[in-house]
Design a protein around this ligand. Structure first.
Ligand SMILES: C[C@](O)(CO)[C@H](O)COP(=O)(O)OP(=O)(O)OC[C@H]1O[C@@H](n2ccc(N)nc2=O)[C@H](O)[C@@H]1O
Ligand SMILES: Nc1ncnc2c1ncn2[C@@H]1O[C@H](COP(=O)(O)OP(=O)(O)OP(=O)(O)O)[C@@H](O)[C@H]1O
Length: 300
């Protein structure tokens, strides 16, 4: 077990994230897009076996952390509708604290920019950022694999953000192969509806037997998001957004929705698409990232 420490000095990885005079450090939590998502089976415990390419994008939440000398974990600005004890940032801190027998605590502030229930992995990314940052701030020094295993207890998307690179993802979300993707601009629409991930996976109409593919044979044009037809039938506003975006190119949903996206040839093309978004929809431009900014916070 790691020794207890709340000293965050002397660590070069933290130098890029300087503390304010009040002791807060700010860390990014990037969003993801699922370039495709196939459901290839279902485990006995009900979880689904997936194949997907996860793409990091530059839309980010900000997580501010301040180490405490006592063992309290305090959320300073709880999200509307989310009990602080259910917030994935608090759950991530508690999980690491008990796993590594840490006696220090942490204060947490979250600035949300990633739409909640949008299929862009916001809560999972927030949790991954807390695990990565506290791995340094508390001097836990868990390996990347150990942090990924711990993160999976919080959500199927958490291991990807700890992995920190674009990836071909399999299993229930825990088997990762690095997959380099080209520099890309995305126009993303948020249909302003919240999709419940369990409700999509539970739906009896869900296709669960898409044939397995290999990364070598991957042809993204021949892929799809198997969760999309179910999400569209549960939430007609997603279908409207998809129809609107499809004027500009092939469009699809990310994760279990509700956000939909299309790949654009340039930043100016993505800007143009987003500038045309009708008033009743919300759109934004996202740029691909190659790496998570905190990827060196865990050793290989
Ligand atoms: C659909 C994706 O967004 C793709 O990136 C993720 O697989 C979902 O990840 P997540 O939001 O972190 O999901 P979790 O919080 O782990 O799971 C929510 C619920 O979705 C279902 N679930 C999730 C992942 C998975 N591989 N199979 C499932 O059946 C389970 O019913 C689970 O109770
Ligand atoms: N820090 C957090 N940020 C966002 N949601 C959180 C957080 N902590 C807990 N939650 C809960 O998780 C739910 C799903 O949030 P999230 O934004 O991660 O969905 P999502 O992007 O659809 O996820 P995914 O792509 O992983 O399926 C929220 O509605 C909220 O109740």
């Amino acid at each position: 077990m790691a020794s207890v420490t709340h000293s965050d000095s002397g660590s070069s990885a933290l130098d890029r994230f300087p503390a304010t005079s009040e002791g807060w450090r700010s860390f990014p939590a990037p969003a993801k897009l699922n370039l495709f998502l196939h459901v290839i089976g279902r485990r006995a415990d009900g979880y689904h076996l997936l194949q997907s390419v996860f793409q990091l994008v530059d839309l980010q939440d900000t997580i501010e952390l301040r180490v405490r000398g006592d063992n309290q974990i305090e959320h300073y600005n709880p999200l509307p509708g989310v009990d602080p004890e259910d917030d994935l940032t608090v759950r991530a801190a508690r999980l690491l604290q008990s796993h590594a027998n840490i006696t220090a605590g942490v204060d947490i502030r979250v600035t949300k920019r990633i739409p909640m229930g949008g299929g862009m992995g916001g809560g999972s990314s927030d949790a991954a950022t807390v695990l990565l940052a506290l791995n340094q701030l508390w001097g836990v020094n868990l390996s990347r694999q150990a942090l990924m295993t711990l993160g999976l207890k919080l959500g199927a998307d958490v291991p990807f953000f700890i992995f920190g690179r674009n990836a071909f993802v399999e299993g229930v979300g825990e088997i990762m192969t690095a997959h380099d993707t080209p520099e890309t601009w995305f126009a993303v629409l948020h249909p302003q509806v919240h999709v419940s991930t369990p409700a999509i996976f539970k739906d009896e109409r869900l296709t669960r037997d898409t044939p397995s593919i290999t990364m070598r044979d991957l042809n993204v044009a021949a892929t799809r998001n198997d969760l999309q037809p179910v999400a569209l039938s549960q939430q007609p506003r997603i279908a409207e957004s998809l129809k609107w975006l499809s004027q500009f190119g092939p469009a699809r949903m990310t994760g279990s929705g509700s956000c939909v996206f299309t790949i654009c040839a340039s930043q100016s093309e993505a800007d143009r698409v987003v500038s045309l978004v009708p008033e009743e929809m919300t759109g934004f431009v996202a740029r691909s990232l190659q790496k998570h900014e905190l990827s060196e916070f865990a050793e290989q």
